[in-house]
Write a protein that binds this ligand. Structure first.
Ligand SMILES: Cc1cc2nc3c(=O)[nH]c(=O)nc-3n(C[C@H](O)[C@H](O)[C@H](O)COP(=O)(O)O)c2cc1C
Length: 369
C-alpha cells in the first residue's frame, strides 16, 4: 500500500498499533505496520529497558512511543513530581478511600497493605517529560501525545531529533490546536475508542478533522477499527492510515492478565461505557461491577486527573489478583465485540489487509457494474 504515512515512515501498511506491551509493538512493526509503545505505566528507568528490548527485537523497522501530557490536570502549576505527589496525596478525601475499600471488601478483594495514592504516573507534564527524554535517545520514528496539544518545546525537540509528532484529537477544534503547535499527524479518535475518548463518532469525526486541518496535515482514523472493512471506511473518509488500540489486547503476544483477557473475549460491542472511574477524565472501559458502582448513588464521585488513578491504582492490582472477578475492568473500545479469537499480532495485521482489499474489490465492482 502507498499513502503519505507509508512513504513518510517507510512502512508497508498504514496501520498503527498502540500498545503498552513491547512484544506487540515489535511484532506489528515487523509485520509491516507501526507499533507505538504507551510509555504511561513505566518509570524512565523501566522505559529505557523496554525501548532497548524493542531496539533489539524490531528488526530495524520503525516504531513509536506515546506519552500523555494533558493540557489540563490538578497541580499543573507544580513542576516537580515529588512535590506534586505529596500535595495531591493529601487532597484525596477520606470518603473516597472508604468507598473504594468497602467496594473491594464486598467483592472479596484483599485489603490494601499500602496507603492508596502513592502512584503518580505519566499523566502529568512533570512525569511525562523524563519519558520523552528517554524516548528521544532511541531510534524512534514517532512521538505521540494524548489529552491535548503537546508543549511546543517538546514538539520542537522531537523535530530536532528527526522524530515526527502525532497528537490524538477527538474534535476538529482540538485537531486545529494541535496543528498550531507543530504536530505533524493527527490521530482523529472517535468515541467508540478504548481509553480516553470524546463523544463524536468516528464516522462523523474523520471527515470533519480532515477538512479542518487542511491538506498539509496527515490524519489517522481511530476508534472502532478492528477489521479491514473498518479500515477501508477510515481511508474512504479521508484518512492516510488507521490507528488502533483495543484489538492488540487479546493477541498472543499481549501481556493482558488472563482474567481480563477472558472477559474481553466474551464481551459484546454493548459492554463498554465511558466512565471517569479510571482517571477522572472520560475513558471507555469494559462495563462491569466496577463502573456500575462508581456511577451508583452511593458513589462519592470522581477525583480530577491524576488523583482518581492515584486513588485506585493499588486497588486495580489487588482486583487482578484476588476477589470474585466481578470488579475486573479495563480500557477497551466497542470493537471488543469483534475480539473473539486469540491470534498472533502479525496475523491481525494480515487479516486487516486481506479484508481491506476485499472491501475495495467489492466497492470497485459496484462502480464498474
Ligand atoms: C487499554 C488502552 C489504553 C490506552 N492508553 C492510551 C495512552 O496511554 N495514550 C494514548 O495516546 N492512547 C491510549 N489509548 C487509546 C489508543 O491510543 C487508541 O487511540 C484507541 O485505542 C483507538 O480506538 P480502538 O480502541 O477502538 O482501537 C488506549 C487504548 C486502550 C484500549
Amino acid at each position: 500500500m502507498r499513502t503519505r504515512v507509508t512513504e513518510l515512515f517507510g512502512i508497508e501498511y498504514p496501520i498503527f498499533a498502540f500498545s503498552h506491551c513491547r512484544d506487540v509493538v515489535a511484532a506489528v512493526s515487523r509485520a509491516g505496520g507501526m507499533g507505538v509503545l504507551g510509555a504511561l505505566y513505566f518509570t524512565p528507568e523501566e522505559l529505557e529497558l523496554e525501548l532497548k528490548w524493542i531496539d533489539e527485537h524490531v528488526g530495524g523497522k520503525p516504531y513509536g512511543v506515546d506519552v500523555v501530557m494533558p493540557a489540563k490536570y490538578e497541580g499543573a502549576d507544580l513542576g516537580d513530581a515529588e512535590e506534586l505527589l505529596g500535595r495531591l496525596q493529601g487532597m484525596i478525601p477520606e470518603r473516597n478511600r472508604e468507598f473504594l475499600e468497602e467496594l473491594l471488601a464486598e467483592h472479596g478483594v484483599e485489603p490494601s497493605t499500602e496507603s492508596a495514592g502513592r502512584a503518580l504516573l505519566g499523566w502529568t507534564d512533570a512525569t511525562a517529560r523524563p519519558q520523552v527524554e528517554v524516548a528521544l535517545k532511541h531510534p524512534i520514528a514517532l512521538l505521540a501525545n494524548a489529552l491535548g496539544p503537546p508543549p511546543a518545546d517538546v514538539v520542537e525537540e522531537a523535530h530536532q531529533h528527526g522524530v515526527k509528532v502525532a497528537g490524538l484529537a477527538s474534535n476538529a477544534r482540538h485537531a486545529r490546536k494541535q496543528v498550531e503547535v507543530g504536530v505533524d499527524i493527527i490521530v482523529a479518535q472517535g468515541t467508540e475508542a478504548g481509553g480516553h475518548t470524546g463523544d463524536v463518532s468516528t464516522m462523523v469525526l474523520i471527515p470533519e478533522v480532515v477538512d479542518a486541518v487542511g491538506a498539509d496535515t496527515m490524519v489517522l482514523a481511530a476508534g472502532g477499527i478492528g477489521r479491514g472493512r473498518q479500515m477501508a471506511a477510515g481511508m474512504a473518509l479521508g484518512a492516510d492510515g488507521v490507528w488502533t488500540g483495543s484489538i492488540w489486547l487479546t493477541v498472543d503476544e499481549a501481556d493482558t492478565q488472563e482474567n481480563t483477557r477472558a472477559k474481553l473475549l466474551e464481551a459484546t460491542s454493548r459492554d463498554t461505557v465511558r466512565s471517569r472511574s479510571w482517571t477522572g477524565k472520560p475513558a471507555r472501559l469494559l462495563r462491569t461491577a466496577w463502573t456500575d458502582a462508581w456511577e451508583s448513588e452511593r458513589s462519592p464521585g470522581y477525583l480530577p486527573m491524576p488523583m482518581q488513578f492515584m486513588l485506585i491504582s493499588d486497588a486495580l492490582r489487588r482486583i487482578g489478583r484476588s476477589g470474585d472477578g466481578e470488579l475486573v475492568t479495563f480500557p477497551v473500545g466497542q470493537i471488543v465485540g469483534s475480539m473473539n479469537q486469540v491470534k498472533p499480532a502479525a496475523q491481525v495485521v494480515y487479516d486487516l489487509i486481506e479484508e481491506y482489499v476485499e472491501s475495495l474489490e467489492r466497492l470497485n465492482a459496484i462502480t464498474e457494474g
